[in-house]
Design a protein around this ligand. Structure first.
Ligand code: PMP
Length: 355
């Protein structure tokens, strides 16, 4: 599970541990209002360099990165309302919950969160008129549209047609609506491209990253944007958390991103993808299995009905892998350090436990 998809380099990686040790020997934290420090500057330069954005805001977690992205768009436009798609997941805080599928895990809090504008899930295959709803929604006053590029993660582990995303961006631009991509789950190679958006060859106005940013060692999110949006926000952006740009998190994030980029991550994710595909394929013939699908280093067995976790999880462990299913989804997002043998252990445990 890579600790909810974050520990891409596995656990206790010596390079990440060394970066943390070195930073704690310098200083662990200092406020980031009116002060700056090398770990934040170096990480910001690295992130802007690899994404082509101009500015970065460091947030405390993925959920807070989503709050920050939405608030940036609201502050820049003066419009409160946001457009999104069903089937999405953006986090646990109030703004993030408001753009998460209302029929999903946050249904209980429906009355507590702002009512946003939702359109249907992006389609796995294109059909005529599948953006008509979006076109109609974009006529309303909106601060932005927010989506997870290509893969909807915690909302259902499903992927959709990249051309739909490209068209969505085109329509939003034509309507003068800002575009936010939540790359918190999809970023850092997980889908086979560095970013989910690379499948569609598009760029948003604002992009959120988190999870694998620190290689799963510390909580940190980053929100990237353009000078243009920065200018529109005007003076100070009204968000100032106490632990903004925590130096330990920034130092280990830089080490993790450099470690990823210095290796043939594309080759590794491609190999893992093929092994997941081969290893999980036999599950397609099991009774009760609706679909087996693989994208990048994401392997999913979707069941016809919700699984009974109390039965299935001990079975998975007995078969050799700790996997945490949810609802109808038994899935894996293994660390990129997994060998061919490791992947065989994981896929074998999933297939045998379900059988
Ligand atoms: N956005 C997406 C796409 C996510 O998958 C998640 C976490 N599952 C979040 C936001 C929230 O991140 P965090 O749990 O770090 O707050």
């Amino acid at each position: 599970m890579s600790s909810w998809w974050a520990a891409i380099h596995g656990y206790r990686h010596p390079v990440l541990d060394a970066a943390l040790h070195a930073q704690v020997d310098r200083f662990a934290h200092v406020m980031f209002g009116g002060l700056t420090h090398a770990p934040a500057v170096e990480l910001a330069e690295l992130l802007t360099g690899i994404t082509g954005f101009d500015r970065v805001f460091f947030a405390d977690s993925g959920s807070v990165a989503v709050e920050v992205a939405l608030k940036m768009c609201v502050q820049a436009t003066g419009v409160p309302r946001v457009l999104t798609v069903r089937g999405g997941y953006h986090g646990d805080t109030a703004g993030a919950m408001s753009v998460t599928d209302p029929d999903g895990m946050h249904g209980l809090f429906r009355g507590h969160v702002v009512e946003q504008v939702f359109v249907s899930k992006p389609p796995s295959e294109r059909h005529d008129g599948d953006l008509d709803e979006v076109r109609a929604a974009l006529t309303r006053p909106l601060a932005c549209v927010i989506v997870e590029p290509i893969v909807q993660g915690a909302g259902g582990m499903r992927w959709y047609d990249p051309t739909w995303l490209a068209e969505l961006v085109g329509l939003a631009r034509a309507a003068g609506v800002l575009v936010v991509f939540d790359e918190i789950a999809t970023g850092f190679g997980r889908t086979g491209q560095l970013w989910g958006m690379d499948h569609a060859h598009v760029r948003p106005d604002v992009m959120c990253v988190g999870k694998a940013l620190t290689g799963g060692t510390m909580t940190l999110g980053a929100v990237l944007t353009t000078d243009e949006l920065g200018e529109r926000i005007g003076g100070a952006f009204m968000h100032g958390p106490t632990f903004m740009a925590n130096p330990l998190a920034c130092a280990v994030a830089r080490a993790s991103v450099e470690l990823l980029l210095d290796q043939d991550w594309r080759g590794t994710v491609g190999r893992i993808s093929q092994e997941l595909y081969d290893g999980l394929a036999p599950a397609a013939d099991l009774p009760g299995v609706a679909e087996v699908r693989v994208m990048g280093a994401i392997g999913v067995i979707e069941l016809e009905q919700d699984c009974d976790m109390s039965v299935l999880q001990p079975r998975l462990v007995a078969e050799g892998a700790w996997v945490r299913p949810f609802g109808r989804l038994v899935y894996t997002m293994p660390p990129y350090v997994c060998t061919t043998e490791d992947i065989a252990v994981i896929t074998g445990a999933m297939v045998r436990a379900l059988a």
